[in-house]
Design a protein. Structure first.
Length: 289
């Protein structure tokens, strides 16, 4: 009876995660569709809709807007916004699938940051998994002339800032409601988007584009919500590998909607990155039991 119940929980968590990855994939595809708009304008539209949804969610459930760990929430918002800006910039230079995959190297950098600042130990077998991941990164850049150095560097830098977010989320833990974390993130991203718009050019959206620009925020909020539900429904180490299905969705959207092409070595590199990171997750989960 208990095993059947746990199995149902696991299946529910997978459903939540797959729904989340599909929504993130759609959001990434919309960002690519609107790539002619200035980056900060996209950041603003992506963020302001999510901000209002988070605000009304917190008000409806009478959850304090400003949370308990204000400094940590503020820094998390700044790092997350910086990562988002860099990611949006990167897809102006490289394919959607490559940008998403490179950004997903964040857990690798998070492990190094945890080793440096939190004194966490990286086990010998983990170094092997990281070497596999790095070899994938090298294949994507080193042997694919279509991947520009500028776009590659921006995507990797986005992953580094995203790694900082992972570390801070770990420290925030259960101290604040997940939607409070999203509220801070979207508030800062909206403000930085507005600041960027004031310093750069504004492109007035066409009537046809306005709904899609606001849908960016709806997709982003729902994707984060279902991801949170997935991690709460079952053990994180069992659910986390399914997060990388987003790469498959994004690759598919890139190929079928934007006629993106990938060399064999690029696809091999993407596979090695995912294989190395998922292997590390599985190994860590087993070693902690």
């Amino acid at each position: 009876m208990y095993k059947t119940f746990r199995l149902k929980e696991f299946y529910r968590a997978i459903q939540y995660m797959l729904l989340s990855t599909g929504l993130f994939g759609l959001m990434n595809a919309l960002v690519k569709k609107f790539i002619d708009y200035p980056t900060f304008e996209l950041i603003f539209f992506r963020s302001v809709t999510s901000l209002f949804i988070a605000f009304f969610y917190l008000k409806y459930f009478t959850i304090p807007l400003w949370g308990n760990q204000k400094q940590l929430l503020l820094v998390r918002g700044i790092l997350g916004t910086t990562s988002m800006v860099l990611f949006f910039l990167s897809i102006q230079y490289i394919s959607l699938g490559s940008a998403v995959t490179l950004r997903y190297t964040a857990p690798l950098f998070a492990a190094f940051l945890a080793m440096l600042f939190l004194k966490e130990r990286i086990k010998p077998l983990q170094w092997l998994f990281f070497a596999v991941t790095f070899s994938g990164v090298f294949l994507i850049k080193g042997f694919d002339p279509s991947v520009s150095m500028v776009g590659f560097s921006i995507a990797i830098l986005s992953a580094v800032f995203s790694a900082g977010v992972y570390i801070l989320l770990n420290k925030i833990g259960q101290g604040d409601h997940p939607v409070v974390v999203v509220f801070y993130f979207m508030l800062l991203a909206s403000l930085i988007g507005l600041l960027g718009i004031s310093l750069t050019n504004w492109k007035t959206p066409s009537i046809n584009d306005v709904p899609g620009l606001f849908i960016l925020g709806v997709l982003g909020f729902l994707a984060q919500l279902f991801m949170t539900k997935a991690f709460r429904a079952y053990e994180a180490n069992m659910v986390a590998p399914f997060k990388y299905v987003e790469v498959f969705f994004t690759l598919s959207f890139g190929v079928f909607l934007f006629d993106e092409t990938y060399t064999f070595l690029s696809l091999l590199g993407i596979f090695l990155i995912i294989a190395g990171l998922v292997s590390n997750i599985v190994y860590k989960s087993k070693s902690q039991k």
